[in-house]
Write a protein that binds this ligand. Structure first.
Ligand SMILES: CC(C)(COP(=O)(O)OP(=O)(O)OC[C@H]1O[C@@H](n2cnc3c(N)ncnc32)[C@H](O)[C@@H]1OP(=O)(O)O)[C@@H](O)C(=O)NCCC(=O)NCCS
Length: 137
């Protein structure tokens, strides 16, 4: 397995089966150009098998932390350590960038994700609820 940072929209499109929906060219370009945004893709025999995305968040009194935005491993490649390896790779990148920590929000019944983050060294920092404001065009 080879983990590489995505640098082009073509790489994101090639990995779009790992996303919830198709990659859009304009959104891909915005993602790649946005400071503090990154995606690492795991390749097995040249095939995109998993991905993790991260977004740096900065605040005046806290410094910068990494939010693990999305983690996904193709069903045919699960339970081989790819999810853990991607999580560790993002954590390593976050430390290299000077982040003081990394966090992820997880559905409380997502056993695979919880096991993966635990295997990658995450500790339980408590339960929180989420509120949203969907803006419909
Ligand atoms: C979560 C996900 C990324 C895990 O990927 P993966 O490559 O299968 O995970 P790994 O093989 O690296 O497993 C890491 C650890 O979690 C455990 N684990 C993985 N899937 C599990 C499951 N379904 N049930 C219980 N434990 C599981 C593994 O046994 C391993 O533990 P170990 O290191 O102690 O042996 C994958 O299941 C997935 O893409 N799920 C759908 C998307 C999702 O839920 N993303 C997370 C959103 S927060």
């Amino acid at each position: 397995m080879d983990i590489r940072r995505a640098r082009t929209a073509a790489e994101l499109t090639a990995a779009e089966a790992l996303f919830d929906g198709p990659a859009r060219q304009d959104w891909s370009e915005r993602f790649l150009a946005a400071p503090g945004h990154l995606m690492l893709i795991a390749y097995v025999d040249g095939v995109p098998a998993g991905m993790v995305s991260g977004v740096e968040m900065a605040h005046p009194d806290k410094g910068t932390e990494m939010c693990l935005y999305e983690l996904s491993v193709d069903e045919g490649y699960r339970r081989r350590g790819i999810g853990r390896a991607l999580t560790l790779a993002l954590a390593e990148e976050a430390q290299a960038r000077g982040c003081y920590g990394m966090w992820v929000g997880v559905d409380t019944d997502n056993e695979a994700a919880l096991a993966t983050y635990t295997a990658a060294g995450a500790r339980d920092e408590g339960v929180f609820t989420m509120r949203g404001w969907p803006f419909n065009p």
